[in-house]
Design a protein around this ligand. Structure first.
Ligand code: COA
Length: 383
């Protein structure tokens, strides 16, 4: 029997701290006028010192689970699309698994820059279609503010922090994620990059590692080339995914593009001969939040009443790699009425999840200190 991956929950998190263009103009030589005219961005949210990609991803996920009315233990797969994990391992997804107490979930991070959410959605939808999982959490989360050169006015004005999440649920009823195209072109990798490895000198002959030109872990971008690439692939991937889904643009209620720059989207709309009203935009208040931008915009579109049951929505991502991709999703849910007291009460489970996690850590320490040495006297358990 065919299995379809339906979106049954959605949630977002934006840090409280808002940084306006005017505030940025006191940090670098720029102005609200320049930024707004070239990008459509007015302000962005910036994570507080205690916030990480994982804490924001958790907040978005907890809200998505509340909308889906699902217990975290029902989730079997957690994918976090991110380019700004605090650690390569443990993955952000594993930390989210722990915070949620999602005791039956496999968890991993996915790296496809600003296209990451569309990639992750497809991986989770395919796992559901194959019958290997029933419920999955797909999260896009970024702390871009920590990988930006705040002295470089051509990049620091563009990005923001945040997280968005959806819950996918398997069903035999047709709908949900209907078609997806994913593409990449590594020859353009140098146009938009973020080094991951620190230069750690290796004191062994022949093993010296030289960093590929960059010495800092900051975003490097060729703005003009990325601009050209983006306008082309938005148009081509929407065209390709509609063909795959056997739909035309007339069948599409809304297009939610990666929120990089309003001018990029305007140029793509012209190429597709579509009115701008077909495109949902919220980047004015968020900036480019990379992998978080599409799920954040999706949540805002639902909040604004832009999606009705049976609407077809196209999600389209593009970014570093180079990567790009698009998904057609049949929106088949009426937003449930999730009342606040209910939501707040259910958050007690996350306090308990952290408690259980502490207990498990303590257990491990006790086992390591007491049980093993007393058995063998040498710290090994002898198995
Ligand atoms: N404030 C004021 N001036 C700025 C500025 C800023 N924040 N950033 C750049 N400038 C200046 C440049 O120094 C340059 O000055 P010069 O002519 O004296 O050398 C001038 O503005 C024009 O720069 P340019 O790079 O040609 O501007 P642009 O019209 O290409 O716009 C971007 C720059 C970054 C807004 C644009 O290229 C872009 O949006 N690219 C895509 C970026 C993106 O979306 N990346 C993520 C994709 S996932």
């Amino acid at each position: 029997m065919m299995r379809y991956a339906h979106v049954v929950g959605w949630g977002r998190y934006l840090p409280d701290r808002v940084v306006t263009n005017d505030e940025l103009s006191r940090v670098v030589d720029t102005s609200d006028e320049w930024i707004y005219q070239r990008t459509g961005i007015h302000e962005r949210h910036i994570a507080a010192a205690h916030e990480t990609t994982a804490t924001m991803a958790f907040e978005a996920a907890a809200r998505a689970l509340a909308v889906a009315d699902l217990h975290p233990s029902a989730i079997e797969l957690i994918i976090v699309a991110t380019s700004t994990p605090a650690y390569m391992f443990p993955s952000t997804a594993c930390t989210v698994q722990d915070y949620l107490g999602a005791s039956h979930a496999g968890a991993f991070d996915l790296s496809a820059a600003c296209s990451g959410f569309v990639y992750a959605l497809q991986m989770a939808a395919q796992s559901i279609a194959a019958g290997s999982v029933h419920n999955a959490l797909v999260i896009g989360a970024e702390t871009m503010s920590r990988v930006i050169d705040w002295q470089d006015r051509s990049t620091c004005v563009l990005f923001g922090d945040g997280a968005g999440a959806v819950v996918l649920k398997g069903s035999s009823i047709p709908g949900g994620v209907m078609a997806t195209t994913l593409r990449s072109d590594g020859s353009g990798g140098d146009l938009l990059s973020l080094p991951a490895l620190y230069h750690n000198p290796v004191p062994i002959a022949g093993a010296e590692f030289s960093h590929n030109g960059h010495h800092k872990n900051i975003v490097d971008m060729d703005g003009k080339q990325v601009y050209r690439f983006a306008t082309n692939v938005i148009a081509s991937s929407i065209h390709d995914v509609l063909k795959m889904a056997e739909l035309t643009t007339d069948d599409i209620a809304l297009i939610i593009p990666h929120q990089a720059n309003v001018r990029i989207i305007e140029t793509a709309a012209k190429k597709l001969k579509l009115p701008m009203e077909k495109f949902y935009l919220n980047l004015e208040h968020t900036g480019n939040t990379s992998a978080a931008s599409i799920p954040l915009a999706l949540c805002d579109a639902v909040r604004d009443g832009r999606l009705k049951p049976d609407d077809n929505v196209v999600l389209v991502g593009f970014g570093g790699g180079l990567t790009w991709g698009a998904s057609v999703v049949k929106w088949d849910v009426t937003p449930p009425d999730v009342s606040f007291p209910d939501r707040e009460w259910k958050r007690v489970r996350y306090v308990m999840a952290r408690g259980r996690s502490h207990v498990r850590r303590l257990q491990r320490r006790v086992e390591a200190a007491v049980v093993r040495p007393s058995r063998n006297g040498d710290g090994s358990d002898g198995d």
